[in-house]
Design a protein around this ligand. Structure first.
Ligand SMILES: [Mn+2]
Length: 410
């Protein structure tokens, strides 16, 4: 059986307000092409399809269009689980239509696939947290643990576990579940697992939203189901093999660079070739970098402007760090942005800047506009634009009008 493991598409995700939908569309085109080229039987998408629970319509359209083309009316099996960014109910709402195409959408650890025959495969058996799929003369048992939030995990375990069991750590409980579900694995089946969890020791980036603040929802690598021949994970955005696991467990990572902390390596999916009772062969499938993120460190505004001019034709996202001993004016910013589109941020690194003592007395003599201008300059190292000034003053004026209105009411 040939499996493709991908995850963390985050369709609809922005980079500081700049849309990435065009790149996401390019990724899906490349993915569909590579799935065809590589004769993939089963595609596993390990969560975080969307960036949030209320994705833009175009993101949903991209997802459905991709699923339809990958599944080819049930010729190829597609299994999707929800990640911590997805709204599980919303993700699976399309199930009645998805099943027509042989696409399995699972929202929570409790979700259960439907059995049935499709063009190229059959769902032989299914229950909470597992599914058995038959493709050609091979069968695969897959443990399916969609993002197990604390609440969803408890719902699943409460039934047959004692109170003391429930008080055990998150990692122990997830391990308990994996071990219970591993009973479904057989010798004549290809044994797999898919989940969206944070395994301790994994390398993080700046674009994952922590699964829970404080990291209490961390799973130890030792509790991953050791009888699985391959474990397809989602959550971490850097592709990587899980260290310390007793079997082959991988994070496919996100297909796009979602932050500037992700620019030092290539993005990929994994192609897994596996037979019953044999070790899985895992191969990276690299994606193109559709629109790279670059960080430019420039010595002075002149150099930055020159660099913008030289690179004006390149399709990239730019973070500009400019070493300067002076403030960068609105004029200069305008010039850079006209020469180079898609500048995400201009960050002045000001040398020899001394913190001036706050002169509280002078506050009384200054207008609100003056105070705001000073504050903005101090924080952002540039003058506020006219738009920002107007917006700020409008808000202040609205506030004053409301205060006046209240006074007359009283
Ligand atoms: Mn993610």
């Amino acid at each position: 059986m040939r499996i493709l493991h991908t995850s963390d598409w985050h369709l609809g995700k922005n980079l500081e307000g700049f849309s990435r939908l065009e790149e996401q569309e390019q990724f899906l085109e490349e993915l569909i092409e590579k799935i065809e080229e590589n004769n993939i039987d089963l595609v596993i998408i390990a969560g975080d399809i969307y960036d949030n629970g209320n994705p833009p319509a175009r993101a949903e359209n991209l997802f459905y269009n991709a699923l339809k083309r990958i599944a080819k009316g049930g010729k190829r099996a597609v299994l999707v689980i929800a990640g911590n960014h997805d709204n599980p109910e919303r993700l699976v709402a399309a199930s009645p239509l998805a099943y027509e195409h042989g696409v399995i959408l699972l929202g929570t650890p409790k979700s259960c696939a439907l059995t049935g025959s499709f063009g190229g495969f059959e769902i032989v058996e299914a229950g909470e947290g597992y599914v058995e799929i038959s493709i050609g003369n091979e069968k695969a048992v897959i443990i399916t643990l969609a993002y197990p939030s604390e609440k969803r995990l408890n719902e699943l375990l409460t039934k047959d576990l004692e109170e003391t069991e429930r008080r055990r750590s998150y990692s122990e409980r997830v391990g308990e579940l994996f071990s219970k579900l591993s009973d479904k694995y057989r010798e004549d089946t290809i044994n797999l697992a898919v989940s969206h969890i944070f395994v301790a020791g994994g390398e993080t980036t700046d674009s994952e939203r922590p699964i829970q603040l404080g990291g209490s929802l961390t799973v130890d690598a030792e509790v991953l189901p050791e009888k699985a021949q391959y474990i397809a994970l989602g959550h971490l955005h850097r592709p990587q093999r899980v260290k310390g696991a007793k079997t082959k467990a991988y994070y496919a990572g996100s297909p796009l660079q979602y932050s500037k902390s992700e620019i030092g390596y290539s993005k990929c999916a994994y192609i897994v070739e596996v037979k019953a009772e044999e070790e899985a062969k895992v191969e990276e499938l690299f994606f193109r970098n559709y629109k790279p993120i670059e960080v430019w460190k420039c010595n002075g505004v002149e150099e930055a402007i020159e660099r913008c001019r030289e690179n004006s034709e390149r399709n990239i996202w730019v973070y500009l760090e400019i070493k300067t001993d002076n403030y960068i004016t609105q004029e200069q910013i305008k010039q850079m942005k006209e020469l180079k589109k898609d500048i995400i941020e201009i960050h002045p690194v000001i040398e020899g800047m001394e913190e001036s003592a706050v002169d509280y007395e002078s506050f009384r003599e200054k207008s609100m506009a003056e105070l705001f201008k000073e504050f903005y300059l101090k924080e952002r190292k540039v003058d506020p634009s006219n738009e920002v000034m107007d917006l700020f003053l409008n808000i202040v004026m609205e506030g004053e009008e409301m205060d006046e209105a209240k006074e007359t009411e009283n």
